[in-house]
Ligand binder design. Structure first.
Ligand code: ZN
Length: 120
């Protein structure tokens, strides 16, 4: 497969100079659209294993680096009580997105847990 940049330079070299900037802009626009992909990171099942309810699909900025809350109590509780919530992200993509499942009951349980923790 020919890399985009090689293909791009080849096409530009063949054109008359007055058309080069117009074609260059068009190709760059197409490449930008091509980069705006949505990665499907949903699992096999759309049913939350903890709450046995159908989850909904959400589209979020693509998570490039997963974060850590540095709170083992939260991490352990999340794993068992509300696994299908939004990821803790350190770095997200500005132009790529991903779809994930979230469970409304997981979100509710997470919020209740966070509220209780803040009261302590
Ligand atoms: Zn759930």
């Amino acid at each position: 497969m020919i890399p985009y940049a090689t293909c791009f330079n080849f096409v530009i070299a063949l054109l008359p100079s007055n058309m080069k900037s117009i074609v260059a802009l068009s190709i760059l626009s197409l490449l930008a659209i091509g980069c705006a992909t949505i990665v499907d990171k949903r699992g096999d099942s759309d049913v939350c294993k903890v709450h046995n309810v159908k989850m909904r699909t959400v589209t979020i900025p693509r998570v490039l680096v997963l974060g850590d809350t540095f709170d083992s109590n939260y991490n352990n509780t999340r794993e068992t009580n509300f696994p299908n919530v939004y990821p803790v992200a350190v770095t997200v993509s500005t132009h790529q997105k991903e779809t994930i499942y979230v469970c409304d009951e997981c979100l509710r349980q997470e919020q209740l847990w966070l509220d209780q923790e803040h009261k302590r």
